[in-house]
Design a protein around this ligand. Structure first.
Ligand code: FAD
Length: 402
């Protein structure tokens, strides 16, 4: 928004608005005339006789009489009513408007509202006419405009926006504000029929309308709300010595502001560094956490793959063992049958021998295994070899028949 090294923090007030003070004054004057008031421009009040019910005000070309007089001249009031003017400290502030600055201004100041910094007597400005700067700056108890005012404002602008280069000032001027010692506005009736309104320095133009309204309704309708300001009395400002003391106080405060600003800049730099460091550390933590998650996921995947492979291997082993077992069972099965067959064969041989020894040697038993897997010979102790094997069922039936 504001391309300047001077600023490092800002507050944006979206509901704020600004007014054109001259147009505001002209508008008020027109409204007053419409309501019947008469305005005499360029007519200074030179003196006032406040005694009596009808007051008298002297001007260069005439005299005005009135039951009520409102002293609203602020720091310009001078000798007209010293009891009031001596309670108003005149404080100057300075303004300038630059020549058109072209696109460079829009690049430097991107904000289109009013800008004001927080230093005492600091800078306040805005863009006018598209590419000119209206720049206000500084306060002083010196009443007349200083020589070299334009150059001093030009340097001030360059300090804040060096990228604008040498800025040409078209017009520079000073204006007077007034302050009370207690820094509150002066609003009220100082003696019967004599009213005062002033000391709006530091409060602004908006509060002047409020004061006018209070005093007008007090005179016309007896409204006594103005008494809310009675606590803020007329306090002598100390004359020339008071002004000198105020000036020294301004300088001291500016120095104080400069020190505070330097410290605030350092704090802000440290805060930014700390934030950057914290952000860096947070990013590093995040990166490590992500890495750890990814590592765990990879380990988990590897473990799952290993488990699956081990399971497949175990299943293959189980199958192999099962097949081996089945093969073994199958391999054993004929042998058992053969054993049985051999035992039967022994029995048959015995029976046959017994029959042969009784009947002249005739009958032979034929043996074979039922499964047709082969044949077993008689056990080692057998005396006769079995005939060529045949189906087991037949010899059985034969044996029975024998
Ligand atoms: C340079 C500068 C910048 C400012 N910027 C801002 C700002 O940004 N915002 C803000 O809110 N306020 C700002 N102010 C302050 C604001 O202008 C004042 O607070 C406000 O004008 C006070 O109004 P006032 O009517 O009390 O006094 P003034 O505006 O001073 O009006 C007093 C009038 O009385 C007249 N007068 C005095 N004596 C006599 C006499 N004897 N006979 C006849 N007429 C007399 C004077 O000529 C003058 O016209 C600024 C002031 C200055 C000087």
């Amino acid at each position: 928004m504001l391309r300047s090294e001077r600023y490092f923090q800002a507050v944006h007030l979206p509901g704020a608005f600004r007014i054109h003070p001259r147009n505001y004054a002209l508008g008020l004057a027109a409204a007053a005339e419409q309501a019947g008031a008469r305005i005499f421009e360029d007519t200074p009040a030179l003196a006032m006789d406040s005694a009596g019910v009808r007051k008298r005000v002297d001007t260069p070309k005439g005299r005005v009489r009135a039951g009520h007089v409102v002293l609203a001249g602020g720091a310009h009031l001078g000798s007209v009513f010293r009891a009031v003017s001596e309670t108003l400290l005149p404080v100057s502030s300075y303004m300038a408007v630059t020549a058109p600055l072209g696109e460079a201004l829009g690049d430097a100041v991107r904000y289109r509202g009013g800008v004001s910094d927080t230093r005492r007597g600091g800078d306040y400005y805005r863009i006018v006419d598209g590419d000119r700067l209206l720049w206000g700056s500084g306060i002083s108890t010196r009443i007349s405009a200083p020589r070299g005012l334009a150059g001093s404002i030009e340097r001030d602008i360059r300090d804040v926006y060096p990228q604008l280069g040498a800025v040409k000032i078209d017009h520079a001027w000073s204006g007077l504000m007034s302050y009370a010692v207690h820094k509150m506005p002066l609003i009220g009736e100082v003696m019967p029929g004599v009213w005062v309104t002033g000391a709006f320095g530091g409060h602004g133009i908006n509060t002047t309308a409020m004061a006018g309204d209070l005093i007008a309704s007090a005179i016309v309708a007896g409204d006594d709300r103005w008494r809310l300001f009675s606590a803020y009395e007329l306090v002598w400002t100390g004359g020339a010595w008071g002004r000198a003391a105020a000036q020294i106080l301004f300088w001291a405060r500016r120095l104080q502001d400069a020190v505070a600003e330097g410290l605030a800049q350092r704090r802000d730099t440290a805060r930014r560094r700390a934030m950057q460091q914290a952000a860096h550390e947070a990013a590093e933590r995040e990166r490590r956490a992500t890495e750890a998650v990814e590592r765990r996921a990879a380990e988990e995947a590897a473990r799952a793959a290993a488990e699956e492979s081990a399971e497949r291997f175990a299943a293959a082993q189980r199958n192999a063992a099962q097949r081996a077992h089945q093969a073994a069972v199958q391999a054993k099965q004929p042998r058992r049958i053969a054993d049985t067959v051999a035992a039967h064969k022994v029995e048959l041989l015995r029976a046959a021998r017994a029959a042969g020894s009784g009947g002249g040697g005739g009958g032979e038993a034929e043996l074979g295994n039922e499964a047709g897997h082969g044949f077993e010979t008689a056990p080692a102790g057998s005396e006769e070899k079995p005939a060529a094997p045949r189906q087991l069922s037949k010899p059985r039936r034969k044996a029975k028949r024998t």
